[in-house]
Design a protein around this ligand. Structure first.
Ligand SMILES: [Zn+2]
Ligand SMILES: [Zn+2]
Ligand SMILES: [Zn+2]
Length: 176
């Protein structure tokens, strides 16, 4: 495993370091892990490593396309080593579980805009939110305390939007 990882690093012009090897291995073993979870796994493997060193290793691996960072709304960044296939994620609103799901279209952007307004679009964020099978089986319902996404945050955002709309929406007399 380490030898394969070391070869992968060299092939991508990255110096082989214990941190990078441990980060690659940790993300491979725990797909969709947070940086903190990666750091814990790395420390278990090679001992004391600073948070910053783990972030540096993650970033250099992302830069070379060996890892991917996803950032679901209201969740910390998650890291995975399944790259270059434009897959998407199923995310449980209650427990935060994340699963891979193949892209229905196969390549980005997999959703065409109704009107691209002349933009050259290279990405559409597609995430499927809901209740995972376990949470359904346990009869868990979404509650205002759900960690992902923060419902209070969304409520605040909605209220702010409503306030903006009511304060700025001055009825315009029709001039036509
Ligand atoms: Zn769940
Ligand atoms: Zn994934
Ligand atoms: Zn897609």
């Amino acid at each position: 495993m380490d030898r394969v990882a070391a070869t992968t690093l060299r092939e991508n012009d990255l110096r082989v370091t214990a941190q990078r090897l441990a980060v690659l291995e940790a993300v491979g073993a725990h797909p969709h892990a947070t940086a903190d979870e990666v750091a814990d796994a790395v420390r278990e493997k090679i001992g004391a490593v600073s948070r910053q060193a783990v972030y540096d290793a993650l970033n250099s691996l992302i830069e070379k396309g060996l890892l991917r960072r996803i950032q679901p709304v209201g969740s910390p960044a998650l890291y995975e080593d399944r790259v270059k296939d434009n897959h998407h994620h199923l995310i449980c609103r209650i427990c935060g579980r994340v699963d891979d799901v193949d892209c229905a279209v196969g390549e980005a952007p997999c959703l065409s805009a109704a009107d691209d307004l002349g933009y050259e679009i290279d990405q559409a964020d597609v995430a499927y939110w809901g209740r995972c099978p376990e949470c359904q089986a346990l009869g868990k319902k979404t509650t205002p305390l759900d960690p992902v996404p923060s419902r209070s945050g969304r409520r605040a955002a909605n209220e702010a939007a409503t306030k903006r709309a009511t304060s700025t929406a001055v009825p315009q007399p029709s001039t036509l």
